[in-house]
Design a protein around this ligand. Structure first.
Ligand code: NDP
Length: 322
């Protein structure tokens, strides 16, 4: 079968389409014939070596497809089931062997593209808005990169929970998309000082929570956007990893809370995974949550997908089709 692998970390030219043996399911695993693959920023971190892995590096953490075989001890799914999953590497491929407990059965009639687009960013937005900082109607949230794949979903979920949302993004076109998702205010952080703007928009109070996936370029100013005892949620590194800070800075900025979450620990077992996935997929089916697909590329075009994602020209979800 065809798969994308990286033999040494680096630029997009390191994403190579290679022939590898079809996987055989081990204990507790199921093999999925992949129909659509979700592209996520985390894939670029494994490609560049920011996140470490042994080589060859299997890329991709999200897909939807059909179960073709199950290994010993699998009770969650059977051959023929239409499933989606995330947070297990190796999805840039025609087949993947996946821990069966991670497989979620797709709602009837849902397209594979939709399910592959929804799982990772949808459940991330879900845990951020419901668990890391459980938003309510009295809260104001600052969402960086609000027109990105995760950002558009997080804005919608924050609005579902009744919060006021201030988004940031880089262009007027993206700002319109963030507003369309429900953002009450949008700051062009490439043109304006977002810390000063947040101060103005909150009457000097500051926001209750910052959801920051941009990292290096926004982290310190984001601390200055928070009200006393507010929560800084740094959950990504699109502009580079956040440098080390002294804990004392958090007290100086107003006794702040700081957390660095990752989906793995918020979909930590089957019960939690199914709860979040059924909310996300259910809201898509009912029309409560809108998914924006930026573009679907062929699997062999993975390098172009990474180039586009890293060049900040995308808005919404990128997919690969094997
Ligand atoms: P996005 O679609 O949000 O793309 C990244 C966006 O980041 C860009 O479109 C751009 O938006 C913004 N950005 C700001 N500065 C830069 C820069 N220097 N280079 C590139 N992009 C920049 O991607 P995803 O939705 O896939 O992921 C968003 C972030 O969330 C990533 O950091 C990812 O690692 C993180 N994440 C974390 C998870 C977790 O559980 N911890 C799970 C899922 C995602 P703009 O043009 O508006 O500035």
């Amino acid at each position: 079968m065809k798969a994308i692998q990286v033999f040494e970390p680096g630029g997009v030219e390191k994403l190579l389409l290679v022939d590898v043996p079809e996987p055989v399911p081990g204990e507790g695993q199921a093999v999925v014939r992949i129909a659509a693959i979700g592209v996520n920023y985390i894939d670029t971190y494994f490609r560049t070596g920011l996140y470490k892995s042994e080589t060859p590096i299997s890329i991709g953490m999200e897909a939807a497809g059909v179960v073709t075989a199950t290994g010993p001890g699998v009770t969650e799914v059977k051959a023929g089931d239409r499933v989606a999953y995330c947070m297990e590497r190796g999805s840039y491929a025609e087949y993947a062997s996946v821990a069966a407990w991670r497989l979620v059965k797709m709602p009837d009639g849902m397209a594979f593209e939709t399910a592959a687009a929804a799982m990772l960013q949808g459940m991330t937005a879900h845990y951020l808005a419901h668990s890391t900082y459980a938003l309510g109607p009295s809260d104001t949230a600052l969402v960086h990169a609000a027109a990105g794949g995760t950002g558009l979903l997080l804005v919608q979920m924050a609005k579902m929970r009744g919060a006021r949302v201030i988004g940031t993004t880089s262009t007027a076109g993206k700002a319109a998309l963030a507003r369309g998702a429900g953002a009450d205010e949008v700051i062009l952080y490439t043109e304006k000082d977002f810390e000063a703007e947040v101060g103005r928009l909150t009457g000097g109070r500051g926001v209750d929570v910052v959801y920051d996936s941009v990292g290096a370029s926004t982290f310190l100013k984001s601390l200055g956007c928070l009200r006393p005892r507010g929560m800084m949620v740094t959950f990504g590194n699109a502009s580079g990893p956040v440098p080390a800070i002294e804990p004392l800075l958090l007290s100086q900025k107003g006794a702040l809370f700081l957390t660095r979450p990752i989906l793995t620990y918020y979909a930590a077992n089957r019960e939690e995974l199914l709860r979040r996935a059924s909310d996300v997929l259910g809201w898509i089916v009912s029309g409560k949550l809108n998914l924006r697909i930026h573009r679907a590329y062929q699997l062999r075009e993975a390098a172009q997908a990474h180039l586009d994602l890293e060049s900040r020209t995308t808005s919404g979800k990128l997919l690969l089709i094997p």
